[in-house]
Design a protein around this ligand. Sequence first.
Ligand SMILES: Nc1ncnc2c1ncn2[C@@H]1O[C@H](COP(=O)(O)OP(=O)(O)OP(=O)(O)O)[C@@H](O)[C@H]1O
Length: 292
Amino acid sequence: MMSQNLIEARGVTMRYGKKTAVDEVSFSLPKGRVVGLLGHNGAGKTTLMKALVGLKGVEGELSVLGLDPVRERSALLTELSYIPDVAVLPRWARVHELITLMTGLQPKFSAARAKQLLARTSVGLKDKVSSLSKGMVVQVHLALIAAIDAKLMILDEPTLGLDVISRKSFYEMLIDEWCDGERSVLISTHQVEEIEALLTDVLMMDEGKLVLNLSLEAMESRFVALAHDAEAADAVAAAHPLLRYRAMGGKSAALFDGAPPPHLEQLGQRFRPSLVDLFVALTRKPELAPRA
Ligand SMILES: Nc1ncnc2c1ncn2[C@@H]1O[C@H](COP(=O)(O)OP(=O)(O)OP(=O)(O)O)[C@@H](O)[C@H]1O
């Protein structure tokens, strides 16, 4: 029977020569989710996304929208909205020409919908791509792919190089205009803080491995942060938290997977850890990683 999930990955491994870029990754992506794919530079995010759109084959099992991404790539591409990390729009083109181009290329693309989405932005249909700012180009790109009637959108670092206002309007357009409770979107990004409020789920990669696959709700009930005074530091350290850090206001804090031991709870104050704290705890900082 065909799976209800938009993505099913079982033991997906991907290599470049001897380098394992994606290591035994398994996850399912149901409909109606906004999933953040997080990881340091080189963690394997782009490589995994390449597999999802059939640009690179995998060892293991991978199904996207019920299709084999490599063998059934052309069918898959009509059902998918995708912006790669190297996305460029032809600089010579005018926006209305891009709409015409998409109409010819994508059976599920709606020109009327693209125009409606562009009306949200300050971009005109007659504008040339070369005259647009980086932020405007990314908005045009989003309008074009969000006008595809698809169930799944894959965005590889879509807001790279944009200022905070442009990033905000990008995500607003994505959530308002594309997410409808049925469609799902998988977004890779380094802007962990900014994206936390948008996400329903998080996938965290570290050196090719999936180190966390969790809904934000589950994250809140599973991980506990404890703010404590300096005097409690030794007792906290003895309980081997995932991470010890400075929380807001400079107070010492520790992050636990599960409830901290009862004797510690009395020494501190529980608070909700942020996704950034969890990210730091679960992924190694590249500058600290020993290289073989
Ligand atoms: N074409 C390639 N040939 C050889 N090795 C590659 C190639 N592309 C990526 N790699 C290696 O695979 C690993 C994963 O790279 P990938 O680009 O998937 O990481 P990423 O998480 O997307 O990083 P970033 O956040 O910097 O974009 C890295 O060690 C990288 O050096």
